[in-house]
Design a protein around this ligand. Structure first.
Ligand code: SF4
Length: 692
């Protein structure tokens, strides 16, 4: 029996754990003393490894390469040589006929690791010659990256997960940490025990609201109005830090001009929050010696998400809550390595280390390092994954190489996404399970899973951590970066790596932010937070020391925007608001947790729709009853969960897969800057199954 040190493959909390292995089989997981988790795990950490035993509870493991030679034909098992040569031939032909920008690629924010993401974006930029590379950050915290890069300079948490419990005020906005990051939720509870004031802004009475000093139960879809009202109170009541604002920020006059129309009393009808509560919240926030703002997808999955992120960071700037310990802004990233995928440049606008693709000097640096002609590199920002369906339907996108993502389950408006896939000439899926997307692929490239390989992840607070291989893969699968390297070589760009560290050292050399993060420094239990620019640097627990911001003029940028209504509001036919949410026992589309026996036992149904008792009574819906949920785009079955924590007029669903996923219902109103869909808001109706 041996114990292998790893990092949990689920959420961005970055919990370290030990996998106990006997005869090439994992038999249990134990908590390890990681920097973020301190010997604690949630149930996904303890029981979320079982999918490696190929339980076939939900979806079968991909065990060999397969090709569907003709549209409508069957997937046939093939050798690796055939799979690589066929894929390379098809991609080359499409590139020659339609140009490099007709091919889309994705990195993966899950168990594959940073090294693979680096190699994937190198393949896109260096071999296909396109910046069309993106990841699921686009559908979750893309707005946090885009917003914070403008107002503060870096699109990441400014503080550390460990800092949260020492902050004296937590403003928790659209973030249900008890379900999405249970180990971060523990820090919130500890902060409360340490005397912090907790202010929760959420339409539902989430777990954190139960321990909050104030719960502002705002109406769905009015985040910008409430954030502006907060700004109004800070200015009108002179609660802001005038000296700090004068010294370290820009844009106060323009900010004041916008928020002056958002007196809490004047927007009460919009926000649904009594004005005195808004005022009290800001008095508490501004009076705290240290305050932290945390947010989740309740902020980012809206058509006006980037504006709200900028507005939230402005609240921190107005009160001087940046650039020191125990304060800051915390967009708590969802998937375990979504921060890492962004760090590694699987973004259409940035190379690894957040270096802009439109900067000629940066392009020249990468071209030289990769041994390619700089004129072959794409000098324009690439396509986002949420734009692919539209472009495919219009004939502008021809091929899609998807690694470790399942857009046919996880993207908004699945009817539209399916039409996009039908219009594509060639779909390659590199994954570990037969996901919904894998089912329609022309080529399947089966990869090793977390547990079967090692590497480096970045957790939500910018901390790089190593995870190790625990068992040998049983099937005819290959490491993700090895598959990409074989494809690159077959397409005429020789690419070979012996191990993860070789890749890591190559990317370190190209990224000043990460240069000092060596394998040795990370060691077995280390957690090294970027920026870490030199070999003798120990990492950066909080950003913007002494309030020096990484913006062009070094100042924090204040920002407010007029509130915009969501794209689709309820009416007589569809009277309720649907908001998509997470569940604590499963992760995302459940492709991994759904194949873990213990987790399936704890939450064995494919999902639920939560509804307030008053709405349920009006619609004659009983608790636990099967219901139809319908929107203008589709109709799915779910089970009603009548729950008084739910606000009137709204219902909440997980990804689920009864008959149809919740994304059959959602719509793709995209934020104009980040192109993130508004999956937190669309109009639906609910009816008893018997009525249909
Ligand atoms: Fe930690 Fe998140 Fe894994 Fe739970 S799911 S053990 S909180 S990393």
């Amino acid at each position: 029996m041996k114990k292998i040190t790893s990092v949990c493959p689920y959420c961005g909390a970055g919990c370290k754990l030990k996998l106990v292995v006997e005869k090439n089989k994992i038999i249990r997981a134990e908590a390890a003393d990681g920097v973020t988790n301190q010997n604690e795990l949630c149930l996904k950490g303890y029981y979320g490894w079982d999918f490696l035993n190929d339980t076939k509870l939900l979806t079968p493991r991909l065990t060999q390469p397969m090709i569907r030679y003709e549209k409508g034909g069957k997937l046939q098992p093939v050798s690796w040589d055939e799979a690589i040569s066929y894929t390379a031939k098809r991609l080359k032909a499409i590139k020659e006929q339609h140009g490099p920008r007709s091919i889309m690629t994705t990195g993966s924010s899950r168990g594959t690791g940073n090294e693979t993401n680096y190699v994937m974006q190198k393949f896109a930029r260096g071999v296909l010659h396109t910046n069309n590379v993106d990841c699921c950050a686009r559908v979750c915290h893309g707005p946090s990256v885009a917003g914070l890069q403008v107002t503060l300079g870096n699109g990441a948490m400014s503080n550390s997960i460990g800092d949260i419990e020492h902050s004296k005020c937590l403003l928790v906005f659209g973030y249900n940490c008890a379900d999405s990051h249970p180990i971060v939720a523990r820090r919130v509870i500890k902060a409360k025990e340490n005397g912090a004031k907790i202010i929760v802004c959420d339409p539902r009475r989430i777990e954190t609201a139960r321990i909050a000093d104030q719960h502002l139960q705002l109406k769905n879809g009015c985040n910008m109005a409430l954030v502006n009202a907060f700004g109004y109170v800070l200015l009108e009541e002179n609660l802001y830090d005038k000296e700090y604002v004068a010294k370290y920020t820009d844009g106060l006059d323009a900010y004041r001009e916008v928020v002056k129309g958002y007196a809490p009393e004047d927007v009460e009808h919009l926000t649904g929050v009594p004005a005195h509560m808004v005022r009290q919240a800001m008095r508490t926030f501004a009076a705290a010696p240290s305050a932290t703002i945390m947010w989740g997808m309740g902020v980012t999955q809206f058509g006006q998400a980037v504006d709200v992120v900028k507005g939230l960071s402005s609240l921190a700037l107005l009160t001087g809550n940046l650039g020191r310990e125990n304060v800051g802004v915390g967009p708590v990233r969802g998937q375990n390595n979504v921060q890492g995928a962004c760090d590694m440049g699987v973004l259409p606008n940035q190379f690894p280390g957040y270096q802009d693709v439109v900067d000629p000097e940066v392009r020249a640096k990468f071209a030289k390092a990769w041994g390619i002609n700089v004129d072959d590199m794409d000098d324009k920002v690439g396509v986002r994954i949420t734009e692919v369906p539209h472009m495919a339907i219009e004939g502008e996108m021809k091929a899609y190489y998807i690694m470790g993502e399942d857009p046919l389950q996880t993207e908004a408006d699945l009817g539209l996404v399916r039409k996009g896939f039908e219009a594509l000439d060639f779909v390659v899926v590199q994954d570990i399970f037969m996901t919904k997307t894998a089912e329609v692929a022309d080529v399947i490239l089966p990869a090793t899973s977390w547990g079967e390989h090692g590497g480096v992840f970045t957790c939500a607070d910018r901390g790089f951590q190593r995870f190790e291989k625990a068992i040998d893969a049983k099937y005819n699968v290959k490491r993700d970066w090895e598959i990409i390297s074989l494809l690159a070589t077959e397409m005429g760009y020789p690419m070979h790596y012996d191990n993860n560290q070789q890749i890591w050292d190559e990317l370190r050399e190209l990224c000043p932010l990460f240069y000092g993060v060596t394998y040795e420094k990370m060691g077995e239990m280390g957690h090294v937070q970027w920026p870490c620019p030199t070999l003798d640097h120990s990492g950066t627990p909080y950003l913007y020391k002494d309030s020096k911001f990484d913006t062009p003029n070094g100042k924090g940028q204040l920002f407010a925007a007029e509130w915009r209504a969501p794209a689709e509001v309820p009416d007589a036919d569809y009277p309720l608001v649907l908001c998509t949410v997470r569940e604590v026992g499963h992760y995302s589309c459940r492709s991994m947790t759904g194949n873990c026996a213990a987790l399936q036992t704890l939450a064995d149904e494919p999902g639920f729709v939560q509804i307030n008792p008053t709405d349920a009574e009006l619609l004659n819906i009983k608790d636990k009853q099967l219901v139809w949920v319908s929107s203008r785009r589709g109709k799915v079955i779910s089970r009603a969960e009548v729950n008084e924590r739910i606000n009137l007029g709204s219902v909440y669903m997980t990804y689920q897969w009864w008959i149809g996923a919740c994304n059959e219902l959602t719509q793709d109103n995209l934020d104009p800057i980040s192109k993130t869909p508004e999956t937190k808001y669309c109009a639906v109706n609910i009816s008893q199954i018997a009525d249909q």
